[in-house]
Design a protein around this ligand. Structure first.
Ligand SMILES: C[S@@+](CC[C@H](N)C(=O)[O-])C[C@H]1O[C@@H](n2cnc3c(N)ncnc32)[C@H](O)[C@@H]1O
Length: 220
């Protein structure tokens, strides 16, 4: 069995029975684990760079799954097979992820689930993926090697209007208020208090920080 990091394990555990494509598959570990755990019977591992694509093919061959997890060398959703009904896009910046999703919009028509691990611009990702016709079904926040990751599972649904604090903190995460969630935002609160105490800030910056403090306090 392939060993997954906590981040990839969390993504793995959010994947339903489906035919997924992992966009930016790199080493291919996630797709190999999904097949080995019986979560999926087949899927596609997509890469657009030669080095990672070669590594991907080698790893799929070594794991004996190359006939089940099909490697594709292409840009994002460009050559996405019709049979694919779920997308996993992990380990990239939020705007890169949104660029990949929006570049070939027609390819989203069969997609029922999108699992995203964006390393920044997470509120924007929540907003824009919902605008594409999805809603947030689940979310996880984890900490690995001192980095916080938010992993979001979107499912096909009529576009719902999401409030600003749901976009910022995550509708599921701010309800659950897990220990990791509280730690992340308590740290941010301390950071803001320190900035305010130690610097002579312009009025606008001070106002923005105080507003952020209020939002943090409401959600902790
Ligand atoms: C940082 S790695 C993340 C690998 C893996 N998804 C993970 O979360 O561990 C990002 C990978 O996405 C690939 N990538 C970036 N843009 C892509 C695109 N438009 N189409 C396919 N692959 C892409 C890169 O080549 C790289 O291997």
């Amino acid at each position: 069995m392939v060993k997954l990091s906590k981040r990839l394990r969390t993504i793995h555990d959010l994947v339903p029975k489906c035919v997924p494509a992992d966009i930016g598959s790199d080493h291919g570990k996630l797709m190999i684990a999904l097949f080995q755990s019986g979560t999926i019977e087949k899927g596609y591992a997509i890469e657009n760079k030669e080095g990672p694509y070669e590594r991907l093919k080698n790893n799929l061959t070594e794991a004996g799954v190359i006939d089940k997890i099909i490697p594709l060398f292409c840009d994002g959703l460009e050559d996405l097979p019709q049979v694919v009904d779920a997308l996993i896009i992990a380990g990239m910046g939020g705007t890169t992820i949104l660029g990949i999703l929006k570049k070939h919009l027609s390819k989203l028509s069969n997609i029922q689930t999108i699992i995203v691990d964006a390393h920044n611009s997470i509120p924007l990702v929540r907003k824009e993926v919902c605008r594409l016709g999805f809603t947030i079904a689940d979310e996880k926040i984890i900490k690995e090697k001192n980095i916080y990751y938010e992993i979001i599972k979107f499912i096909r649904a009529d576009c719902a209007i999401i409030g600003d604090e749901d976009l910022e903190f995550g509708p599921v995460l701010r309800q659950e208020k897990s220990a990791v969630f509280k730690e992340k935002y308590r740290n941010r609160l301390s950071e803001i208090n320190k900035i305010i105490a130690e610097s002579d800030l312009p009025k606008e910056r001070l106002l923005a920080l105080n507003q952020e403090k209020s939002r943090l306090k409401r959600n902790l």
